[in-house]
Design a protein around this ligand. Structure first.
Ligand code: DTR
Length: 351
């Protein structure tokens, strides 16, 4: 009898301790401050295509830190730079299909796929990436474009203006004629109208193409002089203040829908702040990279004469007209969007 009673008594005591001894631990979300604390953190994978040390990946790590801090650990983000999870070409599809929860893509690499947001690639003379990134977000918020209907947009950002980095000095428009330069999307169109030969290839393939002399340079924001070590091959810069490249960070819609409301709120609040942070960081880092290239690779900078710059504006003026036509055909209210683009630009420039 004793032998049977003792284990039964012990089991009963353990059950009692489990049920009533300690304050109840909730399985569901509790609110602490403005973010939820969950029993099990939500884990999100975040894919990016360029190497870890480039700006699109620096902004990814910043976002990750912000999210983990603001949700007090309720969301954990695992980052995959360098195309280690998904490559640039299939980023949108990959996120829609759930191969990654989150992905960073450049709309500039897929002409025609993003008819509204590519307004921000127009050569309207953006003074900084901070301004163009904020304008991009403002347009997105106002129009909620159909091009992102299948995903949740977590943030958007744009590069500083594109300029020529080349193996040979480009001191005039004549030097640009027939010159093969890496470029994509609207920036590539801009090059073409000036007589250069744009070659579309992903950023990570460019160092190899430069070494093999397949391209004589590239047309991009200048921070890559340092980050991708392009200053080594291209110690010449020509200022054209050409169009920016634009980026989006998107999330799988079903994954987004499954997030706790408090987490969604936190991510929505972060979205425009992240756009401004990335633009500002990109501007500052670009200035530092140019200085680094002068110190380490004797970078030479060239500007065109005011007459030639007027020719640049004249030769590339058709880009905006062509965008309006294509955007209208895709169902975008192009005139209204373009007018808003200019209004938002002056508003953010004034701040
Ligand atoms: N210029 C575009 C965008 C870009 C600028 N810096 C980076 C760094 C990594 C990837 C893309 C970009 C481009 O050349 O693709």
């Amino acid at each position: 009898m004793k032998r049977i009673l003792l284990p039964a008594l012990l089991a009963a005591l353990m059950l009692l301790a489990a049920c009533g001894g300690e304050p109840e631990k909730k399985e569901t979300a509790q609110t602490a401050g403005d973010a939820p604390v969950q029993a099990e953190p939500v884990k999100l994978t975040y894919a990016n295509f360029p190497p870890a040390f480039t700006v699109p990946c620096v902004q990814m790590e910043h976002w990750k830190e912000e999210v983990q801090t603001r949700t007090q650990g309720a969301v954990i983000v695992e980052t995959f730079p360098g195309g280690s999870l998904l490559k640039s070409k299939n980023m949108l599809r990959g996120v829609i299909e759930g191969q990654a929860d989150i992905g960073c893509l450049s709309m500039s690499y897929q002409p025609g796929v993003f008819p509204l947001t590519t307004a921000v690639e127009m050569p309207v003379g953006f003074s900084s990436a901070k301004v163009s990134s904020q304008v991009l977000w403002a347009l997105f918020e106002k129009y909620q474009p159909a091009e992102f209907a299948q995903v949740k947009v977590l943030t958007l950002f744009a590069t500083p203006p594109s300029n020529v980095m080349s193996t040979v000095p480009v001191q005039s428009l004549a030097d640009l004629q027939g010159l093969e330069l890496r470029g994509g999307g609207t920036p590539a169109k801009f090059l073409e109208l000036l007589g250069a030969v744009p070659v579309n290839m992903p950023m990570p393939e460019t160092p190899d193409a430069l070494q093999k002399n397949i391209v004589k340079g590239l047309f991009s924001s200048l921070e890559v002089l340092q980050d991708m070590k392009f200053a080594e091959y291209c110690p010449n810069v020509t200022t054209l203040n050409g169009p920016a490249y634009i980026f989006a960070v998107v999330m799988n819609q079903a994954k987004w829908d499954s997030l706790p409301e408090e987490v969604k709120k936190t991510l929505d609040t972060l979205a425009p702040e992240q756009a401004a942070w990335t633009g500002e960081y990109w501007d500052k880092h670009t200035a530092d990279a140019v200085e680094w290239s002068v110190q380490n690779h004797k970078l030479q900078s060239f500007t065109l004469t005011p007459e030639e710059m007027a020719q640049v504006a004249e030769k590339t003026a058709g880009i905006t007209a062509a965008w309006k036509e294509a955007a209208t055909a895709a169902g975008v209210p192009a005139e209204e969007v373009f007018a808003d683009l200019l209004t938002f630009k002056s508003q953010f420039e004034a701040n």
